[in-house]
Design a protein around this ligand. Structure first.
Ligand code: M6R
Length: 615
């Protein structure tokens, strides 16, 4: 939440910062602002609303040019999305500008202290206190990095801060606790950003900042220290994707591009993980096999779409390994005092690797002695850094707020982990594992086939644009798919959408069914557990008898559903446990098209942000 950019070098800081903010707008779009150091002064501009508002304001009132600057795109926490609450925040003398991602939990006490000392506060934000504290510290120390270290010692909560001071015209200082911050290393220029996407057009060399570190950028180098001033180890790494991966590439929305990228994302996530004999080699899972063999419980923690991936993983893990598996919303996990010990394997799933709820859950698990394996899409992000091991999904950057390709690759990674556990523990024979892997290897092609047949789904979505409610039903792994279909529709189309286990219908939700209510039903394969299939066919008849308009997702050749489907969406034949990899895709397309038909912002749905870095 909130995107931050900083720059020092030889280019126009304003141009670099605005271009960076454009790539970070997915992190928040309530307001945007910039500050540039020019002629010994801080020059700044900020505007409520999307970045485009700020750009217009800058055309009307241009800032002087400078080569050091910072910028921010906001997801509001303290104080509404107004011009005044937009970042950067500036001290009373106008010498310090600061941008912030996170929440400063003790800001109220600090604010009282500062106002008692005569500081005037203009905004309702928690961030503004930092500008004032930095100004005070700088007046006695005359060193922005040192001032930042001192101020960080006084702050509680989650904060990534980037600041400039008019008296240090070629310096940008950043600090990181809990929220992400990455340094881009250029030639005679350096960048700071919440995500490498902000500077990928300029450099593919980056430095990860660790927890509780302060970084000082100058044109000729960077210095990283801890909050006490001790030099920290700096590890430079190469970013393995380029600027085009973070662009729309001819699509109207990132979401459309990311849906289309799914076959490749799925294939890439399998790449290098299957050896010539067709067995699994998860070398990067550096958890000793004896620990994995001894695990007597798996607990999956995640949020939103990643949580739905976890719900599906439970079926595979329990079926293939016979280890009990619990799946828990990360935001609830630590508050219920879960039973964890050294024999618990916790799997934390996160696209961004920065979701605060998931991070806190994994910290809690590690404190209790559990081993944590992260499944993550973002290299070097906090969740993998703080886990015992990581299995990266290779979806490439996911920019649209609604998660699509990350979800499919999370599923692939979960299947790989489940099979790996089965392989290690001997609960699956080698030939059984190889058979599943063969199926997984052809899934990318099947996803491609689904994508080729989506026009009727788009047409159907457009025809439902004026509906108020859509329900989703599923059984077995189809239940989390139904939940995911409903989540996509809520977040993109702003419609009432709910997913249910079809078996629960008669226990309450069937009362919602009324004439012409669209109900999407995800039908399990008749070749898997035929009893499940038969039961859902009965469920379809029950809702149809009560007037529902049935939209049935069923595999090719499943003719039993035909008489009861008002709309039939065909998916390829896949093994029962792998079906979510194909059945989710029409639901993504459906939600995207419905949102477009309703005139909604597909990539930036209201009130949301891509990375949820606050609890
Ligand atoms: O980055 P994460 O995977 O940890 O994010 C978790 C959720 O915030 C995320 O999946 C969210 O639900 C998506 N916007 C759904 O499309």
């Amino acid at each position: 939440m909130c995107g931050i950019v900083g720059y020092v070098g030889g280019q126009s800081a304003l141009d670099v910062v605005i271009a960076g903010l454009k790539r970070l707008e997915y992190r928040g779009y309530d307001s945007a602002g910039v500050a540039v150091l020019a002629d010994g002064q801080v020059a700044s501009a900020k505007k409520a609303g999307k970045l485009v508002n700020l750009e217009k304001a800058l055309v009307e009132r241009p800032l002087p040019s400078g080569t050091t600057g910072i910028g921010h795109t906001r997801w509001a926490t303290h104080g509404g999305p107004t011009d005044i609450n937009a970042h950067p925040h500036i001290d009373n003398a106008g010498r310090v500008a600061v941008v912030h991602n996170g929440i400063i939990e003790n800001f109220a006490a600090l604010r009282t202290e500062l106002t008692d000392r005569g500081h005037d506060m203009s905004s309702e934000t928690d961030t503004e206190v930092v500008a004032h504290l930095l100004a005070e510290a700088f007046s006695s120390r005359g060193d922005l990095a040192e001032s930042m270290r001192q101020v960080c010692g006084r702050l509680e909560g989650a904060f990534t801060l980037v600041a400039v001071h008019a008296d240090e015209p070629d310096v940008v200082v950043g600090a990181r606790r809990n929220s992400p911050l990455v340094v881009g290393v250029g030639d005679g220029e350096f960048f700071l950003a919440s995500d490498v996407a902000a500077f990928i057009a300029h450099t593919r060399s980056a430095i990860e900042l660790g927890q509780d570190q302060v970084v000082e950028l100058r044109r000729d180098g960077v210095r990283v220290t801890d909050f006490d001033g001790a030099d920290a180890d700096v590890r430079e790494y190469h970013i393995d994707w380029d600027a085009s991966a973070a662009e729309k590439g001819g699509y109207d929305y990132f979401m459309l591009k990311e849906i289309a990228e799914q076959p490749k994302a799925v294939a890439d996530t399998l790449l290098g993980r299957i050896n010539a004999e067709g067995s699994l080699t998860l070398d990067e899972v550096r958890i000793p096999p004896r620990v994995l063999r001894a695990a007597d419980k798996v607990v999956i923690v995640a949020c939103g779409t990643a949580f739905h991936a976890g719900l599906i993983a439970k079926y595979a893990i329990e079926h293939w390994t016979r280890i009990p598996c619990e799946v828990e919303l990360a935001s609830e996990f630590r508050y219920r005092d879960p039973i964890l010990n050294t024999r618990t394997l916790v799997i934390a799933i996160s696209q961004s690797g920065e979701t605060m709820d998931t991070l806190m859950a994994l910290r809690h698990a590690r404190d209790q002695g559990a081993t944590v394996l992260a499944i993550c899409n973002t290299n070097g992000s906090t969740i993998p850094r703080e886990s015992d091991a990581v299995l990266y999904t290779h979806a490439g950057p996911e920019v649209a707020v609604a998660s699509t390709k990350a979800f499919l690759t999370q599923l692939v990674a979960c299947y790989l982990v489940a099979l790996y556990l089965g392989q290690l523990r001997g609960t699956k024979y080698g030939d059984e594992i190889r058979a599943v892997i063969r199926e997984l290897s052809r899934i990318s092609h099947e996803v491609e086939r689904v994508l080729e047949t989506m026009e009727p789904v788009r047409e159907l979505a457009r025809s439902l644009a004026d509906k108020r409610t859509v329900l989703f039903l599923g059984r077995h792994v189809g239940h989390p798919v139904a939940l995911e279909g409903a989540l996509k529709l809520k977040e993109l189309a702003y419609m009432h959408a709910e997913g249910f286990a079809a078996g629960e219908l008669k226990h309450g939700p069937i009362a919602l069914i009324e004439e012409d209510l669209p109900v999407v039903v995800v039908v399990p394969s008749p070749r898997g557990r035929s009893v499940l299939h038969d039961k859902i066919v009965s469920n379809i008849q029950e809702i149809r008898a009560r007037g529902a308009r049935t939209i049935v997702i069923a595999e090719e050749g499943d003719d039993a559903v035909v008489p009861y489907a008002d709309h039939l969406i065909r998916i390829p034949v896949t093994p029962t446990l792998l079906q979510p990899l194909v059945s989710t895709v029409p639901l993504q397309v459906f939600a995207c098209e419905l949102a477009t038909a309703r005139g909604n912002e597909v990539d930036q749905p209201r009130n949301l942000a891509k990375s949820v870095t606050v609890e």
